[in-house]
Design a protein around this ligand. Sequence first.
Ligand code: ZN
Ligand code: ZN
Length: 365
Amino acid sequence: MRAAVFYEVGKPLVVEEVELAPPHSGEVLVRIAATGVCHSDLHYIKGDLTMPLPVVLGHEAAGVVEAVGDGVDSVRPGDHVVLLFAPACGHCRYCDSGRPHLCEMRARVRGKMPDGTSRLRLAGRDLHHFTCVSSWAERAVVPASGVLPIGKDVPLAVAAMLGCAVTTGVGAVVNTARVTPGSSVVVFGLGGVGLNVVQGARLAGAVMIIGVDLLDHRLEAARRFGATHTLNAGAGDPVRAILGLTGGGADYAFEVIGRAATVRQAVDSVSRGGVAVAVGLPPAREELVVPGPAFVLNEKTLRACFYGSSRLRDDIPRLLALYRAGRLMLDELVTASFPLDRVNDAVAALDRGDGLRSVLEMPAA
Ligand SMILES: [Zn+2]
Ligand SMILES: [Zn+2]
């Protein structure tokens, strides 16, 4: 099968023929139909975050099950599935306490499958897996706990985004922050995840939703997704504008970029007792700093959000129900589709901030 192989920071990915071993016990072979191009992938390509190389990236995908390994009864060949980048063991302290997105398995699977080996080989050498997904490829072997079957009525390019952007963005609002009806919400960064924070806030009943970005086309998109106000951060201090609009600070602020400076702006934008949520993944060595006395005296909260604090098997079907009911905008998120051969163009488009979400789509087998 063909896959986009990432060999070296700063070099283009190489699309080439890669060997994919059949699924082991407890694993599933999926034909990838569509896979998103997310900032987390870009972080590794640019070297802002590191992982063992060479690797096949891609962590947001949907496809069709082609084969299952021994002992897998949760899916069958032909099932349509969303791939999940946080496979869960089902029996660690985090799984047991209802937080499977924090499963201990995550530390074990860096670059590997859960059993410590790779299914990906090229020229006699193992390639690394990425988050047990590695979907920038025609096929992927993944743990059975890393796939969730969905209805065949959902376009797979749309379903792919449930693997990361939608689940993370809406989950940050409803699970991590638990935004209450009537609240005011600020969202810093209006890319694929940020727009889902905006529509999550709309679904949660926020009455003021302020979107902040540097790109006007994203501010316009945010209004379509539910923002009541938008601010171009290049046109003046957004914190001062937010404090003015909200009469002293928002109830919640979400940072969906992954930079210390905007996390600080999120903290500064919330009212006394307000909650700032760091959703964007910061580069390695970036430290998040809050103002000491103002943080304590104003009893602010800064909390982090990984994967929308989601119980994926419960949350994704609910998100699909909202989509089917016309209340969750997913079709509108996919603004460009590239073939796998043009993965480097898709990555460049993401880096420039073109469109909302790009997907790589593979031809049906
Ligand atoms: Zn992502
Ligand atoms: Zn676990």
